[in-house]
Design a protein around this ligand. Structure first.
Ligand SMILES: [Zn+2]
Length: 388
């Protein structure tokens, strides 16, 4: 069924990418049996472990495992799997020199040595990391944090379907890490037919709140879906962000918003990652997705609207989720309201707008930014964190 057919039938939530939600969970007992055997094993980095969890829960549907050579080449060169399904970024698993993969199965272990999953070995291949950096990230500059991770990965990669233990995570952040099946169940229970997803790796200020509210005026529910996997140095820690998101959620009717965490690594791949973020939210059951300025960008590698343009260039049925494109928002003193350049005719001097650098300096000095910029509860949390 196509997205438009499904929408016109009034079905709830979006169809997962590729048609069905992948479920590659491994039960704990079987994991115990596998772990006690003599199979070769690989210790995963935090980013690889986050990718594994996303594969097992269906967040990366239709992928069922780490990509092989043919898939890597096709995703890198033409942003699609060999069967033509849209897929923007390779999800690969590097193997260090010296590790022999001479069995049908490879055990995957977490940082503490615990067994987190198993990979059915399909192939070992040489990953063209330079082509990947150039075509997916648009640069081979090792200063780019996503590119640094690609170029720093082992040259050999192991591919094949995975199964993984999807243990409930704990703590204020982990307990929010719902699976796609779980968010879909919440949407169904609340009777939401249309749901807009909001991706963020930063604290949410009034501008983001405004975008989410604009979007929510048009749909049934909002999934505030911060990414909490490995990010780059200098990003605000997930625990602090989660407390700040909880404060912002207080400004929405509770029956219209769901705050959940997405455990996935940030790649900073700009336009290509905006497509990935949209597809992942489609898998979580969203029908709409907010894309702001320089979505998933870093530094000045991407133009402010490059991500929006790439999404707009894709056929709606290929993407299967509606991108909602927004410009930066601000408080306008003359409008007496939140606005964007699309809705406010007044010059910059009438706008309350602060750069990220200005805000960080204020918070570090213990100063509250103006209430038109940031909710006081949010700013206080960030001040506490920047001084601890
Ligand atoms: Zn104005």
């Amino acid at each position: 069924m196509t997205f438009s057919e499904q929408s016109s039938m009034g079905l709830r939530g979006g169809v997962p990418h590729g048609g069905r939600l992948v479920d590659r969970r491994l039960d704990v007992e079987e994991a115990g049996v596998l772990g006690s055997g003599s199979l070769p094993w690989l210790a995963l980095t935090a980013a690889e472990a986050a990718d594994l969890r996303a594969l097992a829960t269906g967040a990366y549907s239709p992928l069922t495992g780490f990509l092989g050579a043919k898939e890597h080449e096709s995703v890198t060169a033409s942003m699609g799997l060999p069967d033509g399904t849209l897929w923007p970024i390779p999800v690969c698993l590097g193997i260090p020199d010296g590790l022999r993969v001479d069995a049908d199965q490879l055990l995957l272990r977490g940082a503490g040595g615990e067994l987190v999953g198993v990979l059915e070995v399909a192939e070992v291949f040489e990953r063209d990391r330079v082509a990947e950096a150039e075509l997916v990230y648009g640069t081979t500059d090792p200063e780019h944090p996503g590119v640094a991770r690609v170029l720093g990965a082992p040259a050999r990669a192991v591919a094949g379907p995975v199964r993984a233990v999807v243990a409930p995570l704990v703590g204020p952040v982990g307990s929010r890490a719902l699976t796609p099946a779980e968010t879909r169940a919440v949407f169904a229970e609340r009777g939401w037919s249309t749901v807009v997803g909001f991706q963020t790796r930063n604290p949410v200020h009034r501008a983001h709140e405004y975008l989410m509210k604009c979007a929510l005026e048009m749909v049934d529910g909002l999934l505030l879906h911060p990414l909490v996997g490995p990010t780059k140095e200098g990003d605000v820690p997930a625990e602090v962000r989660m407390a700040a998101y909880e404060a912002v959620v207080g400004y929405f009717p509770p029956e219209r918003v769901l705050l959940a965490a997405l455990v996935a690594p940030m790649r900073y791949a700009g336009p290509r990652e905006a497509v990935l973020h949209a597809l992942v939210r489609k898998n979580y059951g969203c029908t709409h997705f907010i894309v702001g300025r320089d979505h998933a960008g870093v530094g000045s590698y991407y133009g402010p609207f490059q991500a929006q343009e790439l999404l707009a260039s894709l056929a709606p049925e290929e993407l299967g989720i509606v991108p909602l494109r927004f410009d930066n928002a601000f408080w306008c003193r003359r409008c007496g309201a939140m606005a964007t350049g699309k809705t406010c005719p007044h010059p910059d001097r009438d706008h309350v707008a602060l750069s990220g650098t200005q805000v960080r300096a204020m918070l570090a000095a213990g100063q509250l930014p103006p209430p038109e910029f940031s909710r006081a509860e949010v700013a206080e949390l960030l001040i506490g964190a920047s001084r601890s």
